[in-house]
Design a protein around this ligand. Structure first.
Ligand SMILES: [Fe+2]
Length: 237
């Protein structure tokens, strides 16, 4: 049986965000992903406001249609969202049942770029108590991580996992993003490399990044929290 390779951050659902705009682009992304050995993709459209979830059926239908295309490439699709930090402003986590990966307790969380929001530690602590595992998307992009990479220890202390973008590892040389991403991976702080693909070209960098850095990834703890609800649980590679 061949090895599972899961890309857990990808904007390939057509026409819902700034990723693929139609099914021909979705198809091109699937082809590019399959070429670099991806076996599983979590579709993670941006989730920035609760109203988007009123259209949940639309996302589910698009995912089912994408799965039909993915079958030809031997790729399994999983549902998820890239959940923006603004979604947590009311400390109401009830929406997470729809936003976690395949109904599990894992979800992709996008933090602010410039500075952390005021009650970020309260949010992360309550999420941990409720049994959720946020996967922090592209920490290398955040100014406060670039300035003080050791602050990711705080994220990790709340049980968060870290995901860097392939583009972060292979962006322009000497950029803060690249230096930060590389250091985090080299210091064993990163659990996942993902494409964060908005188009098929992202998979060229993904392939390079996985070849060089996948051996340095840290495996997430097995079973998740509270024994884990059933459902999809990500693996490091
Ligand atoms: Fe993204």
């Amino acid at each position: 049986m061949s090895e599972m390779r899961c890309d857990l951050h990808c904007h390939l659902l057509p026409g819902v965000d700034d990723g693929a705009q139609d099914f021909s682009q979705t198809e091109a992304m699937l082809r590019a992903a399959a070429r670099c050995g991806v076996t599983d993709i979590v579709a993670t459209p941006h989730l920035t406001k609760p109203e988007q979830l009123k259209d949940l059926q639309k996302y589910r239908d698009l995912l089912a249609e994408t799965q039909a295309l993915a079958d030809a490439h031997g790729i399994r699709m999983h549902r998820g969202f890239e959940v923006n930090y603004r979604m947590f402003s009311g400390l109401d986590f009830s929406f997470l049942g729809d936003a976690c990966f395949d109904g599990s307790t894992y979800f992709l969380m996008e933090m602010p770029t410039r500075r952390l929001f005021p009650n970020w530690d309260v949010v992360l602590s309550k999420l941990a108590l409720a049994g959720y595992t946020p996967i922090i998307a592209h920490p290398e992009r955040y100014a406060y991580v670039q300035e003080n990479p050791a602050m990711v220890e705080e994220f990790l202390s709340f049980g968060c996992l870290l995901q860097v973008d392939a583009e972060g590892l292979y962006g322009s040389l000497f950029s803060s993003e690249r230096i930060t991403a590389t250091n985090l991976v080299r210091h064993g702080r990163v659990h996942f490399i993902a494409s964060d693909a908005h188009g098929p070209e992202a998979y060229r960098l993904y392939e390079r990044a996985m070849r060089k850095f996948a051996p340095l990834l840290t495996a997430p703890p097995k079973g998740g929290k509270k024994g884990g609800r059933t459902g999809y649980a990500p693996s490091a590679h």
